[in-house]
Design a protein around this ligand. Structure first.
Ligand code: AMP
Length: 252
């Protein structure tokens, strides 16, 4: 069985986000970009599944501009067997477009499992996994905190943290899984593997090769900074605190 993993290139989680002066989005030029943390978890899970003998190959896929190749090199250095870059140039990559592209790639690659992050930390959409499962008509286990594969029965058991407990789902393969934070601790790529990944070939395809038309189905009207937090005050007594909560903040 093959496992396909979708990895997105996003602004690094440690970077302080700056909004562009024209409010059209966030600044990405001269900013450190990395693999989306939930996608690292997705890739780690795929590698563990392969290492446990339940899969033969892990294929990483990224949709975006030419620089996505760096993200795919990281995926190869972590242990992915192959990488596919869907080059969309400078076109915006919205969840429905990515879902359509992933569906088309699934039809080419025929994986038994498609693993995605639960959300990309740039736009926090949390939509792509659900959309691609819908388009493929595959069962989905979202926000997975534990995954167990049964190769014989061709089933995946997925635990997901829900309000008040853990929900356990049994999915017939092929299926879509999206990963939550506690699923695993992704490995670091070692230096020899980073060097080896530099010479691996990354397959490049375009949406047109996959017969997918990129139609923006939503428009970002504007992106603005959150309001600045006001400075706090130190109160001298509980009575003063209660008075302020009642008469200034009006929350009591
Ligand atoms: P989102 O729905 O945008 O929050 O993204 C959820 C997940 O979908 C990500 O963690 C990735 O696994 C996948 N994904 C979204 N956009 C892309 C992309 N441009 N390339 C590859 N995978 C993506």
């Amino acid at each position: 069985m093959k496992v396909m993993v979708a990895v997105k290139r996003v602004v690094d989680y440690a970077v302080k986000i700056r909004v562009k002066p024209d409010k059209s989005g966030v600044e990405t030029s001269n900013v450190k970009m990395s693999m989306n943390p939930f996608c690292e978890i997705a890739l780690e899970e795929a590698l563990r599944i392969r290492e446990a003998g339940a899969a033969a190959e892990v294929v990483a896929v990224s949709v975006g501009p030419a620089q996505c190749v760096d993200t795919l090199r990281t995926a190869l250095a972590m242990g992915a067997d192959r990488a596919v870059h869907v080059d969309v140039g400078a076109a915006p990559v919205l969840p429905l477009s990515v879902a359509k592209i992933l569906k088309a790639l699934v039809q080419v690659e025929q994986p038994g499992l498609l693993i995605l992050g639960k959300q990309a930390i740039d736009d926090d959409c949390n939509q792509t996994g659900q959309m691609v499962a819908g388009l493929l008509r595959w069962p989905q286990g979202t926000f997975a905190s534990k995954v167990v594969l049964d190769k014989e029965k061709q089933e995946a058991t997925v635990e997901r943290e829900v309000d008040g407990g853990i929900e356990t789902l049994s999915l017939d393969l092929p299926a879509v899984i999206t990963t939550d934070l506690r699923l695993n601790q992704p490995r670091y790529a070692t230096l020899p593997n980073i060097m080896k990944a530099k010479s691996k070939v990354i397959k490049k395809v375009t949406p047109a090769d996959l017969n997918v038309e990129l139609k923006p189905d939503l428009e970002v009207v504007q992106v603005t900074e959150p309001p600045k937090r006001k400075a706090g005050v130190i109160v001298s007594s509980v009575d003063e605190l209660i008075d302020k909560l009642k008469n200034e903040a009006h929350i009591l």
